[in-house]
Design a protein around this ligand. Sequence first.
Ligand code: NAI
Length: 255
Amino acid sequence: MASHEGRTYVVTGAASGIGAATAAALAEAGARVIAADLARDAAPPDAHDLERVSLDVSDAASWTSVAERLTGAGTALDGLVNAAGITRRARLGDATADDFAAAFAVNATGPALGIQALAPLMPTGSSIVNVGSAAGAMAHYGVAYGASKWALRGITKTAAMELAPRGIRVNLVSPGFIETPMTASAPDAFRAVNLASTPLGRTGTPEEVAAVIVHLLSTDAAYVTGTEIAVDGGLTGHGGGLPIARAMGSAHPPE
Ligand code: NAI
């Protein structure tokens, strides 16, 4: 496994859930981690020596100050993880313009602004990972959130094309149902049907998503760009075929 020793990464949404697990995994792999979130002190103290910075991913000026801080310290950046995100669960008939504005600002424009601000600090061999969602591959979720994650797929692929000539890779990791503060507030029915629709028959952990992100950041993934990896226990992989597989005798009946 490739080492992250001596490498520096910015991770957004690093105070909670998948972002926090990714920051911790990178620190454990020897990297210097700039852990960015809305409130610098929001994260509980942990065993890792993370450099915490305040960042609103939807605000271009906020990204500029992170870039200036890195440039001022003469830091070359080896990668960026765009894990910050917000949910909006309203269905089509109820979603407001504010729901769309908020979801797109944080989940789609935010990662794009981050890439714009920080890619200039990255040498050849750097890697960017955006955190998408199973909601960006299906149409089951609230329209504003889902559409923002579909948009992030486009941003990921566009950035991969534009940054490839500079040797910077850009990929998307799309989680299914992962146990984090975000999903803790999900309705019981959503949890139950998700479990029943997931071939592996369980929810995932933030650490399981972080492990894939850490791999994509590493030189082990040096020839991987512009792609999407689902970390969802097979939720999107069966394409609706799970009930048929079960009817035909699959070993994993619904719980
Ligand atoms: P979380 O709610 O535990 O953590 C999200 C973090 O993002 C929080 O610390 C929050 O303060 C931060 N954040 C929100 N708005 C921000 C902003 N404007 N600027 C900077 N930071 C901001 O959520 P979780 O579950 O860890 O989600 C991480 C990513 O994974 C999100 O992009 C989410 O959409 C995605 N995801 C999560 C899934 C899950 O099942 N938990 C499933 C699919 C995708």
